[in-house]
Write a protein that binds this ligand. Sequence first.
Ligand SMILES: [Ca+2]
Ligand SMILES: [Ca+2]
Ligand SMILES: [Ca+2]
Ligand SMILES: [Ca+2]
Length: 340
Amino acid sequence: MKIRKITLYILCVIVAFVSCNKDDGGLDVIEVPIRDRTEQQVIDKDSLIGYLETHYYNSSVFVGNTNPSINDLVITELLSGESVPVDHTILIDAIEIKTTIYLDVDYEYYILRLNQGGGEAKPHFPDNIRVIFSGNLLDEVVFDSAVTPVDFDLTNLVPGWNRVMPQFNIAESFIENEDGTTSFSSAGVGVMFLPSGLAFYVNSPPGVPLYSNVIFKFELYQSEVNDHDLDGVPSYLEDVDNDLNLGNDDTDEDGIQNFIDRDDDGDGVLTINELEPKEYTVDTNIGETEPILAEKEFEISRSESLGIITIKTVTIVDSNNDGIDDYLDENITINYNEED
Ligand SMILES: [Ca+2]
Ligand SMILES: [Ca+2]
Ligand SMILES: [Ca+2]
Ligand SMILES: [Ca+2]
């Protein structure tokens, strides 16, 4: 047994050695260098603009329509010599051009806004969302879709999604149907046209060729603020440098990014204890209404019993007014939850 283990160990060492010397032909690995993102974006932009200039949609269906569906949308190619039919609009005249930076590259992407969404809330870039969607290649081939509502954590989606979703509102209302399904009215409805760099790039799912531009049609129904590490600070605020990337914010440089670090400044006091706690009791029996929370105050729990709602919140504080909030300030170690 021992000998087998040793043999295996030696084998592993040899394989590792061969891997390091694949130039010698030891392993049959074909390495294709990943394309330069800036160069690829030039190609993708050309291709997307070309698409938008040669496709039109049935725009009149959406005029004054506050409850449209992506199923109402028909995109048609404009063949040469044809003109755009009445009641239709060429996409390039209807879309919004947006810019963003991702991995230090300047990107352009495009949104067709079919309905803003009648609800009050807009998702933040790392929130959870409930949507239906259809993912298409430029030739209209569908590579993925959900016709009934699905939930996503935006941090798990391609970067185009966490840029586009915050630009729409959630649905105005919903009703539970007798068959157990839910109907939403006045959802955020739109289409995003993404260059490959804001889509899958080289991490393509089945059916999507490498470096594909993609089109996502979506209906945004609901959203929920995410706090991945449950430390009381919503994940969107854990993006300290505001670059829509949670992977590069690590205040105490311990290798654990703030959005999953329960002690962001590494001062030994958990973040949740460096926030000021409050508790509200709302007696709806006598018509009391819920408190309006302060700008840096966030709900962390609620319970209801006999019409009495108990809401617990935390507030981000900067007790020495140096511009650095306590939970990010290693010099402040006030524990608001410590027993006296
Ligand atoms: Ca958090
Ligand atoms: Ca960041
Ligand atoms: Ca950290
Ligand atoms: Ca701390």
